[in-house]
Design a protein around this ligand. Structure first.
Ligand code: NAD
Ligand code: MG
Length: 480
């Protein structure tokens, strides 16, 4: 079954053969899944187009469309443990995270957007023509390609699928090749809920499968989460038919720790916000700008905190840090970490692969990091924390400018008891989300997305409704 792709309500063998997915804790093959080629993509897009044009889905009474999404949320919860274990086996994250973040997050997302279905409103506009009624309608964009990454496969799919369906679009899902299994399972659950054939389609495969979708002339929108580099190629590919594009890309989030901060809270919050899922989090805090008066204390407590964490297979309930997702990603983290000492940073703890088997990497802290160093500028996407420092709170503007010296702008945090400092940072940092005295957490009710090269557009909240709809202006002259 897993070697099949889901097109027009049927599981059919993929034309491109199969592609393996591994368990990152054991390096063993978990399963082979279908490898969709351009002909499968064509078939999936044609099915989604037909399902969009026959209007059954988008014209379904909102209460009924909402019912299907509520049912899917319930079904995810009914299969929560199975999904959590599957996510951990395929992706590596500790099973407690799979349960509390990935599966719960996915179910709540479907429930949240099920609630929206009956609340998608237009507006009347006071146009200056006599006897003219003007109103707007929010209509679905059309056929949407949902291309997802490997760090939180199920939850990020829910971020896209729930609002896309709530607004009456039809979709083709393309999960990351490293972690396709929970997306396949979610589509199997959706099949039981009873969405009309062609509304949800799934093509597993690699970047070539995603590229075929991004280029496809009959796809109206691409919603992509992944690397900035691939995001750029999606923008280029979308130019043909001027697709709508939502991009959630990389990050290099700064954390500013002021002299008056509660250091224990800052350390705990920054550890939570930086090594969750072994740092494979786009909003992970990786650059710590600490007031020099508190630097030694912060570095010591940070290093102590991360080095005491239990690394192990995600299925072990006591594990706090799981493996990295793939051998390739482990190599990339190792190479970036090696630039730290080479460029003059002080390695305080970690810095190496943590086991012979499984793609584990030690949580790593560097001190004495300078702004231009590779570890301070490149997204590492691993459990690697760089501590920089600053001299005096009077130079807050200078610290903010340094924190802004990055192509990214996804998230930032500040730790202080001073409301002026907190709000100056909140105003000054060019990023999509600012957290004051707390780690970064997504919530379906709050907009999520990036400034600068961290992306285009926003997901979650009401903004996701905007992102999956077009506004139509209707003019009606009723005078004689
Ligand atoms: P990636 O860009 O390599 O792959 C993401 C997806 O795109 C996969 O499904 C992949 O198969 C597909 N893909 C690859 N090449 C493609 C192409 N040319 N055209 C279309 N699709 C293509 O990213 P990744 O390595 O899986 O994920 C890690 C990256 O994702 C990090 O940079 C991280 O910051 C980012 N990320 C961002 C957010 C956010 O909300 N901003 C969330 C999670 C991850
Ligand atoms: Mg895998």
């Amino acid at each position: 079954m897993a070697t099949n792709v889901y097109i027009d309500g049927t599981w059919v063998p993929a034309s491109g053969g199969v592609i393996p997915t591994c368990d990152p804790a054991t390096e063993e093959l978990l399963e082979e899944v279908g490898f969709a080629d351009a002909s499968d993509v064509d078939a999936a897009v044609a099915a989604a187009r037909r399902a969009f044009e026959d209007r059954q889905w988008r014209s379904m009474p909102p209460v009924q469309r909402a019912r299907l999404l509520f049912d899917l949320a319930d079904l995810i919860e009914a299969h929560a443990e199975e999904l959590a274990v599957l996510e951990t086996r395929d992706q590596g994250q500790p099973v407690g995270i799979s349960r509390a973040v990935s599966v719960t997050g996915a179910a709540e997302h479907f429930r949240y957007y099920a609630g929206w279905v009956t609340k998608i409103e237009g507006a009347t506009s006071p146009v200056s023509f006599p006897d003219t009624l003007h109103y707007t309608r929010r209509e679905p964009v059309g056929v949407c390609a949902l291309i997802t990454p490997w760090n939180f496969p199920l939850m990020i799919l829910a971020w896209k699928l729930a609002p896309a369906l709530a607004t009456g679009n039809t979709v083709i899902i393309k999960p990351a090749e490293q972690t396709p299994l929970t997306s396949i399972r979610l589509v199997q659950l959706a099949e039981r809920v009873g969405f009309p054939p062609g509304v949800i389609n799934l093509v597993t495969g690699d970047g070539s499968t995603g590229a075929a979708l991004a280029e496809h002339p009959d796809v109206d929108k691409v919603s992509f989460t992944g690397s900035t580099e691939v995001g750029r190629s999606i923008v280029r590919a979308s130019a043909g038919n001027l697709k709508r594009v939502t991009l959630e890309l990389g990050g290099k989030a700064p954390s500013i720790i002021a002299a008056d901060a509660d250091i224990d809270a800052a350390v705990a919050g920054n550890i939570a916000g930086s090594v969750l899922n072994s740092g494979q989090v786009c909003a992970a805090y990786t650059r710590f700008y600490v007031d020099r008066k508190r630097e030694d204390e912060f570095v010591a407590k940070l290093a102590d905190g991360v080095s005491g964490m239990r690394l192990g297979p995600g299925l072990d309930e006591s594990t706090q840090l799981g493996p990295l997702v793939s051998a390739e990603h482990l190599r990339s983290v190792e190479q970036l970490v090696a630039t730290g000492p080479a460029e003059g940073a002080e390695l305080v703890t970690g810095g190496r692969r943590a086991a012979d088997k499984g793609w584990f990497f030690q949580p790593t802290v560097f001190a004495g990091v300078k702004d231009g160093m590779t570890i301070a500028t490149k997204e590492i996407f691993g459990p690697v924390l760089s501590v920089l420092s600053y001299d005096d709170e009077d130079e807050l503007a200078a610290v903010i400018a340094r924190a802004n010296q990055t192509e990214y702008g996804l998230a930032a945090t500040v730790w202080t008891k001073d409301l002026t400092v907190a709000n100056r940072v909140a105003e000054g940092i060019r990023a999509g989300a600012i957290f004051i005295n707390m780690p970064s957490i997504p919530d379906m009710a709050a907009p999520w997305g990036g400034f600068k090269a961290s992306g285009w557009g926003r997901e979650m909240g009401s903004l996701a409704i905007d992102a999956y709809t077009e506004v139509k202006a209707v003019w009606c002259h009723y005078g004689s």
